[in-house]
Design a protein around this ligand. Structure first.
Ligand SMILES: C[S@@+](CC[C@H](N)C(=O)[O-])C[C@H]1O[C@@H](n2cnc3c(N)ncnc32)[C@H](O)[C@@H]1O
Length: 289
């Protein structure tokens, strides 16, 4: 551990913030990489006496901060972690940083199935960091789930996140293209969830650089109209869902009506477009017949 006086540390911190960025991101870096908890950071702000002990020296922390400011490198990738619902998840640039708006998917599930649900079988297609599946597996210890992704590197991170978050064994991870890893579970699923890549090509090209330059393209790009993957997931869903099984999809802000139409064409019922907290039709849900 490296010792530094609280006053020198506060001076350094002020200098970093004068370069740009927000206080919250710097506090996150100092906590997760520097080893100074946000609580201690607040405390010395009020009482700048004594010393602090750092896990990394200030030059190292400064170069990370500069990387964030100058290259728009997401602070979550620099720190190697993010927080999602009550999970602390490892993230690298092999996985999408799970977004706060996606957290609502878990609330949608709870609204459909209640808090104390009987044993069910669910899948998540395109699990990335594992956020959705892990939250569900923890919320419903009686359920069994399979989380899939086409990217083996992503699955390794998801598996680590599951092990770090729980000592349960009700979630498994399979690699492959959408429904392919689930061939042997045809007609057996009560619930399928996906937040697939849904950004239309033209919008992808114009994404902010902190997203486009760092987050995996395979996690974002949904073909020319953004619906390439959603279409495939919906078309094959009837093969895998039980009768009355649920499909819950996240989609782009303006895709709700088109996703609804796809669900109707594929014989889904009870279709609903669910708004996120900003009033955007972010999720489309339906039941197979
Ligand atoms: C938008 S990200 C969602 C990640 C995570 N579920 C979340 O909500 O944060 C989409 C995920 O789908 C995966 N993916 C992309 N194409 C796929 C395919 N053809 N089959 C399976 N997974 C795929 C990506 O690797 C990525 O992890």
């Amino acid at each position: 551990m490296l010792r530094i006086s609280a006053r020198d540390f506060l001076f350094w911190k002020k200098k970093q913030l004068s370069k740009g960025g927000d206080q919250e991101s710097l506090a996150f870096l100092l906590d997760s990489v520097g080893g100074i908890s946000t609580k201690d950071q607040k405390f010395i702000g009020i009482n700048p006496e004594g010393n602090l002990y750092l896990k990394k020296n200030l030059d190292f922390l400064e170069s990370n901060w500069d990387n964030h400011l100058q290259k728009s490198y997401p602070i979550q990738y620099i720190c190697g972690i993010t927080f999602w619902r009550d999970l602390r998840l490892i993230v690298t640039n092999k996985v999408l940083i799970p977004r706060p708006e996606t957290e609502l998917i878990i609330d949608i599930v709870i609204k459909i199935f209640g808090k104390k649900s009987q044993k069910l079988f669910f899948t998540e297609l395109g699990t990335g960091s594992g956020a959705i599946s892990i939250a569900l597996a923890l919320e419903y210890p009686l359920w069994n789930g399979i989380a899939t992704d086409i990217d083996q590197d992503a699955l390794e991170i998801a598996t680590k996140n599951y092990k770090n978050s729980s000592n349960q064994s009700n979630l498994k991870f399979f690699c492959g293209h959408w429904w392919t890893p689930l061939e042997s579970f045809q007609g057996k699923l009560d619930l399928a969830i996906s937040n697939p890549p849904y950004i239309p090509k033209i919008i992808y090209e114009r994404l902010p650089k902190e997203v486009k330059n760092f987050e995996p393209k395979i996690a974002l790009l949904g073909g020319d109209d953004g619906l390439k993957h959603i279409r495939e997931i919906i078309q094959k869903a009837p093969l895998f869902l039980k009768e009355k099984g649920w499909l819950i999809l996240e989609n782009h802000f303006d895709q709700g009506e088109q996703v609804k139409k796809l669900l109707i064409e594929n014989k889904f019922t009870s279709i609903e477009i669910v708004n996120d907290l900003s009033g955007i039709g972010r999720f489309t849900i339906g039941r197979y017949k």
